[in-house]
Structures are given as structure tokens and as C-alpha cells.
Ligand binder design. Structure first.
Ligand code: SAM
Length: 279
């Protein structure tokens, strides 16, 4: 038992939290498991934790029982708020709940460094937030690490190596500014209701400085464009970026006939710098 609050099944039925598909609600019910996920974020004492999508609060309770100084929980579904307030009562002054869409909210003002982000989110929201966390203009960002649950296939894309099938935008952005590792696998049965796919937790520790210089916006755009048509030669997939793309590719040390999956992070950063120079 990690705390004296009621089991999650009771919380869900007491607050009538029928899972909603549209919000990607697959809840974790085993508090030993949520505490284990919380531990993947490292030592939480002395840290503020941003949790996106707490739902009925399984992971929130894991984070607090593992010693987080403070948790800021951002949940879109208003039905979950009363359940989360019970957790707040059990940990006075340590849990702040915001009922909002995480894609619309600037959270940095509510947090004090050091800050860790921990979340179990629906796939599309998780990927969008991950890209935003990795591509602010100024680096280092407000957070020290991200510990995020994804469907396994997405987790593999984040930690993929060049040349592999999973290599693409997510691997490049993650590798550019962080050390990313897959730290835990979870079967569908860990969730209620069980999703169709396996899940995995990825831990990203931010680097103090990006591995190679590049403008975040330009890099993100060029990589997304190149992998959008990953089978095509770069001179053709990147034509929409500049009419001089062949010359730019050559100046960046990349053969225009090469395909995106064969280009290293260093190569893409060189290309982003050349594109910025030619703007
Ligand atoms: N963290 C809980 C757990 O592990 O059991 C719930 C995980 S469930 C996969 C995802 C949660 O994210 C749901 O509670 C859902 O309502 C919430 N959510 C979905 N989209 C969101 C958004 N844009 N902003 C904030 N929360 C969101």
C-alpha cells in the first residue's frame, strides 16, 4: 500500500469516471506499478513535477508517495477533478490541480526548478507535447527530464538509431537535445480498459546544450518534411523548402540523391544551418 487513500477502482466508481475513448482514457489501477513508473523519473525529492493527464490520480499518487516536493496536475476532463482533490487533501500543499487542455496552457509560471515532467497521455497529445518540449527557441528549457508513457511503437521511434525503420523526426529531435532511453515496458492488461497495443515508458534527460547547433524551428521543419516522404531522394522531398535545395544539400555535405533515413543527426543539423543561412 503506497498511501491510505481508497483503491483506484473505488475512486473510479465513486466519481463515476467511465473511461472516455475520445480523451484516450486507459487508466492505470495498480499503485505499485504507478510508483514504479514514478521512480523511473529518478529522485523526486526537492523537485516539482508536472503531470499531464492525471485522470483518477494513479500516477499522481505514485509521484507523491515517491517524495515529489510538489505536483502540478493538468487534466482536461472536469469529471476527474473531485477525485484529484481527495489526493490533494491527503498531501496538503503538495498537489495543485488545473482543469485545462495541456496543449493550451503555459505551465512554466506555476513551477519552481528543478522540474521533472511525468505523464501517461493519449498518443497524439503526447507526441505533440514531446515535440514542443524538445523544440523551444531557447535552450536549456524549464524542465530537467521527461518521463513519458507512449504506445510501444512510438517509444521505439523516440529511441531509434539512424538507418532503422523507426528512425525519423522523433528520434532526431530527442537525440538532438536529450539522452533518451526506453526504461519500462507495459502490457495492455496494465490498463483499464486495456488498449489494443503494448506501451512503454521513455525517459529523456535534457542536455545542457544541443549536440549540434541549429535553429529549432528550421530543424523541426526540415526533418518533418524529409521524413514525410522518407522513400524519396532528399532533392525531391525537400524541394518545397527551397528552389536551391540541391546546392544547399551539397553545402551541408549531403548527397542530394540520399534518402532521409540515411542522414545522421549531425547531417540534419548541418542542413538546418545551411537553410537558415540561405533564407
Ligand atoms: N495518468 C492516468 C493514469 O495513468 O491512469 C490517466 C492516463 S489516460 C491514458 C490519459 C489522461 O489524459 C486522461 O485522464 C485524459 O482525460 C487526459 N487528457 C487527454 N487529453 C488531454 C489534454 N489535452 N490535456 C490534459 N489532459 C488530457
Amino acid at each position: 500500500m503506497i498511501d491510505t487513500l481508497p483503491p483506484l477502482r473505488e475512486v473510479i466508481s465513486a466519481h463515476d469516471l467511465q473511461p472516455k475513448k475520445a480523451l484516450g482514457q486507459n487508466f492505470l489501477l495498480d499503485l505499485n506499478l504507478t510508483a514504479k513508473i514514478a521512480r523511473q523519473a529518478g529522485d523526486l525529492s526537492g523537485c516539482d513535477v508536472l503531470e499531464i493527464g492525471p485522470g483518477p490520480g494513479g500516477l499522481t499518487r505514485g509521484l507523491l508517495s515517491e517524495g515529489a516536493r510538489k505536483v502540478l496536475a493538468v487534466e482536461k476532463d472536469p469529471r476527474c477533478i473531485a477525485a484529484l482533490e481527495q489526493i490533494s487533501d491527503a498531501y496538503p500543499g503538495q498537489l495543485t490541480i488545473i482543469n485545462a487542455d495541456a496543449l493550451e496552457l503555459d505551465v512554466s509560471a506555476h513551477l519552481t526548478p528543478p522540474i521533472k515532467v511525468v505523464a501517461n497521455l493519449p498518443y497524439n497529445v503526447g507526441t505533440e507535447l514531446l515535440v514542443r518540449w524538445l523544440t523551444p527557441k531557447i535552450w536549456p528549457p524549464y524542465w530537467d527530464s521527461l518521463t513519458l508513457m507512449f504506445q510501444k511503437e512510438v517509444a521505439m521511434r523516440i529511441v531509434a538509431k539512424p538507418g532503422s525503420k523507426a528512425y525519423g523526426r522523433l528520434a532526431i529531435l530527442a537525440g538532438w537535445r536529450s539522452d533518451a532511453r526506453l526504461v519500462m515496458n507495459l502490457p495492455p492488461e496494465a490498463f483499464s480498459p486495456p488498449p489494443k497495443v503494448h506501451s512503454a515508458v521513455v525517459h529523456l534527460k535534457r542536455l545542457q546544450a544541443p549536440r549540434f547547433e541549429a535553429d529549432a524551428k528550421v530543424l523541426s521543419h526540415v526533418v518533418a518534411t524529409a521524413f514525410n516522404q522518407r522513400r524519396k531522394m532528399l532533392r525531391s522531398s525537400l524541394k518545397c523548402i527551397s528552389p536551391d535545395i540541391e546546392t544547399i544539400l551539397i553545402s551541408a555535405g549531403i548527397k542530394p540523391t540520399e534518402r532521409a533515413e540515411r542522414i545522421s543527426l549531425e547531417g540534419f543539423c548541418a542542413l538546418a544551418r545551411e537553410i537558415s543561412r540561405n533564407k
